[in-house]
Design a binder for this molecule. Structure first.
Ligand code: UN1
Length: 499
């Protein structure tokens, strides 16, 4: 049953809502109820080309708008996000499934990022440095680059677009935005807010559709020099490969297999809170989710029983219900993938402590619900301890000391987030130095990054770039070094001695 009739939404290109070239559509579905949220165009390469043309044309003017004025747009967008926070929050619960407080947090993250990047309009600092020669001035300045292809995931459907689009716009780039197929309505609202805030035509465009058509065309398009993608490792590798022949700048934010280490001296109650939140918050569908728990011998048994008791109490349901703690997973294929990992874990010999099944009681069968799942006696090499499941499943692993715990935590192909619970300052600093990850938490779970610090990971989590914070500016601009020689004569660097 459709919530909003059978309305088909449009793309937004060059400041106008327009139909796609083909009549084909796809539906966005509420994962808690199976209801249709709306129908969206299955756009083709032709639609992408139109959007890129509009963004390229707009770039000619936008990059010359003074940065504090570009920031003015973002300040107005930030205010509108605040004004429409409740409405966006409710829509997010309906389209993506996360529970209301978390959906509100997602919108808040976009508010924070938009204001943070708006502030950059009066900074975008470069450097001045002395010259090795007399009467010579030099500085480095950030230069905008051109059109950005922003390809975003469904798990943070308002926050992550803001992580890419706010810095791109303040830096003077223009954007073609492809939201995830599971959350197109939130993508369309996101753009609508920019339109309300006075977006100049073509500066931000949205093209709906699949990765294999819209995403791939953006990556292949010669007039899109920047691609920022948050998605799976597989799609990330393909994106980098396809973009390589054009030497595009590619920012990739891919998977995680994040661990929480609990040392024998930890505050166990706090660790249990951190694990439950990090493993089952957003139904485990965060790149930063804790899908492994590495525990010392003395705390292992107690931790295991407390975690099981807490997980079994978590209330599954529609995120619109006040008492729901865990919402659905995004779609049927995610549900099937998550369940297949339960089978894999059992076959590998891990001990299933709780969960491990699709929840169907009290109408949950209308949506895609999976019971919070905990495996114990997990060997670090098992697939459930190595591969990203992206669901409410976590694996308990034993470690004898901090060295072994860190070795196990690092023994994966990813490197996004990491955490250690300990009261020992020496162990905490060892972990900060030795955990090979883009983020390390001390005495907190693996989730909850703030917008003014760099976000991203090591190893197969990405390709070395970071988003958020000042680090994002390095992706959306290029450095230019400027030398001004006011000596009135030829001065040769490295050759002529200074006076
Ligand atoms: C993600 O799952 O890709 O730190 C982003 C966190 C959130 C962002 C997660 N602020 O968990």
């Amino acid at each position: 049953m459709a919530l909003t009739g059978t309305k088909t939404y449009q793309n937004y290109i060059g400041g106008e809502w327009v139909d796609a070239a083909s009549d084909e559509t796809f539906e966005s579905v509420n994962p808690a109820t199976g209801e249709v949220v709306g129908a969206f165009p299955k756009s083709s390469a032709e639609d992408v080309d139109r959007a890129v043309e509009a963004a390229k044309d707009a770039y000619q003017r936008w990059h010359l708008v003074p940065a504090p004025k570009r920031a003015g747009l973002l300040f107005r967008v930030g205010q509108r996000f605040i004004d429409r926070k409740d409405e966006l929050t409710e829509l997010m619960v309906k389209e993506m499934g996360k529970v209301r407080p978390e959906a509100g947090g997602d919108v808040q993250e976009a508010i924070d990022m938009t204001y943070y990047m708006a502030g950059e309009g009066r900074r975008l600092f470069g450097h001045t440095t002395p010259s090795e020669m007399p009467n010579k001035f030099q500085m480095s300045v950030r230069m905008p680059i051109g059109v950005v292809g922003a390809i975003t995931p469904w798990n943070f459907p308002i926050a992550i677009p803001s992580w890419k689009i706010a810095p791109a716009l303040v830096c003077g780039d223009t954007v073609v935005f492809k939201p995830a197929r599971d959350t197109p309505m939130l993508g369309e609202r996101f753009v609508e807010i920019f339109e309300e805030a006075g977006l100049p035509a073509g500066v931000l465009n949205i093209v709906h559709g699949g990765g294999e058509t819209v995403g791939e065309r953006l990556v292949a398009h010669p007039d899109v020099p920047l691609i920022s993608l948050t998605g799976s490792r597989e799609v990330g590798v393909r994106t980098a490969q396809n973009a390589a022949s054009l030497l595009k700048h590619v920012h990739l934010e891919l998977g995680g297999k994040n661990a929480i280490i609990v040392m024998d001296d930890a505050d166990l109650e706090l660790a249990v809170d951190g694990i439950i939140w990090s493993a089952f918050g957003t139904s485990g569908q965060r790149c930063t989710a804790a899908s492994r728990v590495i525990a010392g011998a003395k705390v292992y048994d107690s931790l295991q029983s407390q975690l099981v008791a807490r997980a079994e109490k978590l209330r599954l349901g529609n995120g619109l219900d006040e008492d729901t703690e865990v919402g659905p997973v995004i779609n049927k294929s995610a549900l099937e993938k998550i369940h297949s990992y339960t089978e894999i874990g059992k076959d590998e010999g891990a001990k299933l402590l709780t969960g491990g099944e699709i929840a169907t009681e009290n109408g949950l069968d209308k949506g895609f619900f999976y019971r919070p799942t905990i495996f114990a006696d997990v060997d670090p090499e098992m697939r459930i301890a190595q591969e990203e499941i992206f669901g409410p499943t976590t694996a308990l692993i034993r470690a004898t000391d901090v060295d072994e715990a860190i070795r196990i935590a690092n023994g994966i192909e990813y490197g996004l987030s990491s955490s250690i619970f300990t009261r020992d300052i020496n162990k905490a600093f060892r972990a900060i130095r030795d955990l090979n990850a883009g983020i390390t938490y001390i005495n907190a779970g693996t989730i909850g990054a703030e917008v003014h610090l760099p976000f991203g990971g090591t190893k197969q989590t990405g390709n070395g770039h970071r988003e958020a914070g000042q680090a994002a500016l390095d992706f959306y601009t290029e450095w230019k070094s400027v030398y001004v020689d006011y000596s009135g004569k030829l001065q040769r660097a490295q050759i002529d001695p200074g006076e």
